[in-house]
Design a protein around this ligand. Structure first.
Ligand SMILES: [Zn+2]
Length: 295
């Protein structure tokens, strides 16, 4: 049976508990106010739950100054590259003056052929993220890309927004049929992929990583896809302005668009003058060894 001392202890304990409860309420209110403040400033708009607090300041990023409608995309890829450093890439690391030009959406006819002529002339090896439907249309061009020593990557079968697909559909309906076409035509089996629009859900990144894929986005957007700013001089200026060691540059084979082809000779010459070497994505990342990845 507790004596007076026991009763005093008990009432102290109750007092402490009440105080603790009070401070929990205060803390909860503080957090709610903070969240409300951050939401009102927009800072919490894309705040990830898994954001690392110790991200190095030289972490890979998408370096362009983005128009406001692409800022949330930029925040997402900058977060994803830190969350999945083993399988999701925007650029190579280090100080070596290497740069990887990448061309999406081909093979698509005359522009791809002209682009290959230009790259051969300049002795530049690049990386082509190709689309299954286009391979069916231009199988010979796909073979030519590979035979001239460029790297191939998988850019889906039908160019959908993969955020709207299940993980199974991404793999079974988009990546694997394209991979099969690439292997049948070239004997190569690339395990690098770039999602259309650079867009993937986190859990799809995890799923594809598990399936052995490396996901390659970019650190410099040439904006050659944007008809409001894709003259040759605008493309050139953008690429040169943001160039950095390890850069992966987003460009397009661009059927019917002239800007990219016109811009390339000056981009290549200027970057060479600055001491840059042109390499493939795998070379820059050193994830698959030099050159195309074979079966
Ligand atoms: Zn694309």
């Amino acid at each position: 049976m507790p004596g007076k001392e026991g009763e005093e202890d008990l009432s102290k304990k109750i007092a402490v508990k009440t105080l603790e409860r009070g401070s929990v309420v205060v803390r909860t209110i503080t957090i709610l106010l903070l969240v409300a403040f951050l939401s009102s400033t927009g800072l919490a708009a894309d705040a990830p739950t898994d954001a690392p607090t110790d991200a190095p300041t030289d972490a890979p990023t998408l370096r362009n100054e983005m128009p406001s409608y692409l800022k949330s995309f930029q925040m997402t890829v900058n977060r994803q590259v830190r969350a999945y450093p083993e399988s999701y890439f925007l650029s190579g690391q280090g100080d070596e003056r290497m740069i990887a030009l990448t061309f999406d959406d081909g093979p698509d006819g005359e522009n791809t052929a002209l682009l290959l002529n230009l790259l051969a002339e300049a002795e530049v090896k690049a990386t082509f993220f190709v689309v299954g439907e286009k391979i069916q249309e231009y199988p010979e061009l796909l073979k030519r890309i590979a035979s001239e020593g460029h790297e191939l990557g998988n850019h889906s079968f039908s160019h959908p927004d993969m955020r709207k697909l299940t993980n199974d559909a991404i793999l079974e309906r988009e990546l694997l049929p394209t991979a099969e076409l690439i292997t049948d035509l070239t004997g190569l089996a690339p395990m690098i992929m770039r999602p259309p629009y650079g867009a993937l859900r986190d859990e799809s990144i995890e799923y594809l990583t598990e399936a052995g894929w490396s996901i390659i986005n970019w650190s410099i957007d040439s904006f050659d896809w944007d008809t409001t700013q894709n003259s040759a001089s605008e493309i050139t200026e953008k690429v040169l302005q943001y160039s950095h060691p390890g850069a992966i540059v987003l460009m397009h084979t661009g059927e019917g668009r002239e800007g990219t082809l016109e811009a390339l000779p000056e981009i290549i010459a200027s970057l060479r003058e600055d001491g840059y070497q042109f390499v493939t994505v795998s070379e820059i990342l050193e994830i698959l060894g030099p050159g195309p990845h074979t079966i």
